[in-house]
Each structure stands twice: as C-alpha cells, then as structure tokens.
Design a binder for this molecule. Sequence first.
Ligand SMILES: NC(=O)c1ccc[n+]([C@@H]2O[C@H](COP(=O)([O-])OP(=O)(O)OC[C@H]3O[C@@H](n4cnc5c(N)ncnc54)[C@H](OP(=O)(O)O)[C@@H]3O)[C@@H](O)[C@H]2O)c1
Length: 328
Amino acid sequence: MKYTKIAQGQLKISSVCLGCWALVGDATWGSQEKDDSIATIRAAVDVGINFFDTAEFYGTGYSEQILGEALGADRDKVIIGSKFIKGAKAEEITAACERSLTNLGTDYIDLYHIHWPNRNVPFAETVRALEDLKSAGKVRHLAVCNFGPADLSDILDLMVPSVNQLPYNLLWRAIEFEVLPASLAAEVPITCYSPMMQGLLTGKFRSADNVPAGRARTRLYSGDRPEASHGEAGAEEETFTAIAEIAEIAEKSGLDMAAMTLAWLIRKQSVASVIAGARSPEQVQHNAAAGDLTLSDDVSARLDEITEPLKQKMGPNADMWNTPSRMR
Ligand SMILES: NC(=O)c1ccc[n+]([C@@H]2O[C@H](COP(=O)([O-])OP(=O)(O)OC[C@H]3O[C@@H](n4cnc5c(N)ncnc54)[C@H](OP(=O)(O)O)[C@@H]3O)[C@@H](O)[C@H]2O)c1
C-alpha cells in the first residue's frame, strides 16, 4: 500500500481509503448487514488501509457509529475523515461535530470536511466555527468537498483546506476541465469519491437497465430513469461502450478491473487518495490491490483515450446529481 502525506506533512494517508457510505445500507445501496460492515472495516485495517471516510449524513450518524465500533482500540492508528451535514449553518456546526464525535466514540476527528459549499452562510462564519473546533482539539485538520474554482478561490482567503474531496473516475472526468487545474494551482490535493462510479467500473453492470434504480440517478443516466431528477439526456450508450472497452483492457493486461481503474486515478498528479466504497472484505481486498499497482504509461494513456468522448459529451459540470447547492 502506498501512503501520501497531506496537511503540511502531518497526516500520512493510504492511497486507497475506505468510503463508509454504502456500509449503512440505504435507499441508494440497498440493505446491508451490520456484521458485514464491521468485517469490511476490519479487513481494510488488515490490508493496510489507514484512512476512512464517513459523514454524519450517511445513515444519519450510523456510518460513523459502525466505523467507531469496528475500529475500537485501533482508532488512534488511523485517520478518520468526517463531514458536517449539507447546508449546516455556522452555529449548527459545533453541535454537528459533537454528534459526530459521539457517534464515532472518539474525542477528535482528523479531517473535518465541509460536505457541500453553502452560500447561505458566509464562508467567514463557517470557517470561524471550524477554527474554534480546531482550537478546542476536536478536529485536527480542515477540508472541503465539492468545491469548484469559485468556491475554492473564496475559501482560500480564509483557510487552506487539507484536501478537496471530489467526484473523479474514468467515467466522470468533469473535474479535469476546471476544478482540478484550480486545485492544482492552489496546491490543494484531491481525494476522489465514487472512484468506481458507484460500482460501474468493477464491470458488474453491462447495461443501464441492470443498475439498481437508487444508483441510476446520476447525470450519466437518462433523466427518465425512475429516481433521476436531473432532467438531462444522460450518456448511457457512451458510458456502457466505455465500460466494455475498459473491461477488455483489464482482461488483456491481466488486471483486476476495479484495481486498474483505481490505479489510473492514483497515478494522477495531485490525487492523494481514492475513497473506494466497499460492502464486503472481498471487495476491500480487490480495491486495496490498487495501492500496490503501478499502471504502465501505455495502459493509462489508452484508458484516457477510451473515455475522452464521454468526458467531452458530459462537459465541465462536475456535479454528479445536479444538487441544489451545485459545484461552482
Ligand atoms: N463528499 C461527497 O459529497 C461524497 C459523495 C459520494 C460519496 N462520497 C464518499 O466516497 C465513497 C465512495 O463512493 P461511492 O460509494 O459512491 O462509490 P464507489 O466507491 O465508486 O463504489 C462503491 C460500490 O461499488 C461496489 N464495489 C466496490 N468494490 C467492488 C469490487 N471490488 N467488486 C465489485 N463491486 C464493488 C459496492 O457496491 P455493491 O456491492 O452494492 O455493488 C460499493 O459499495 C463513499 O463511501 C463516501 O465515503 C463522498
């Protein structure tokens, strides 16, 4: 497993992180047994993953609770990233952090993220609340998620986020247009969420009709899908053509498709870690292999080439769902 230093060298995180959203079993992911979630987290520790991503929003605190319970006495050996709820007002941030600490059964959060930028609250007010939490020792480092160039530029006047957590994978390269260059210029490393595009890049779904409705609602899918609310045409044909080509490259190269697509991200400049969701120890083990895999220049270039038409079709809007808060 490779490790990267962030936060002025004060945190050393594994290049593969365990994303703990799906472990709650919800409308997006379907049901999930608690024992399986605990075993998944333990398997991550066993394979050298030391970075765990959660949020109060995931299962209304349940993801944090399972993570805290599974880590137990190993808590101090790992880096926990959590986030406060979308749209929290400044005075609510302290309370949200206290709830997260209780859920996690810890007295500090290593990396505390703004889950989505919220322009209804002045950034200065939000940052003041976060700096107070830092001074109290409740959070160690501050981070952001879903900050586009304009939001990043404004927050940089007030704080330097340790990372910007963004949607990034072979099928969702929108950040390459504007967001990634802005983060690079500001020297803010990236952590990548949905690095397998919610499972598509494992090759398990070969057509949009096979994807569970709760997942078939990102902008890659037709806006006519039952749970989609973005109202756009999507790019289902281009997406599944690219998946078939990616699967072929993995097969010809003798590589596990999930690990190959994660390794494609890990080698990108400014990517500090890929936040890979998993629901079983087996999935964690497959995904963690990316931390030991170095892709050849040829394979990486071919993956770039194959997914370029989809990238061009989807354009620079990096928001996977067209959330009301939007990325800008
Ligand atoms: N900051 C934000 O706004 C934000 C937004 C979204 C996510 N996140 C974070 O990013 C994390 C990861 O994103 P994500 O969960 O959306 O997507 P993902 O990591 O691209 O996909 C994870 C899902 O793919 C399937 N999978 C994983 N590894 C597999 C393997 N080796 N073989 C077969 N199937 C496999 C599993 O679901 P099935 O087994 O059910 O197929 C798993 O839950 C989340 O857990 C969360 O921590 C952050």
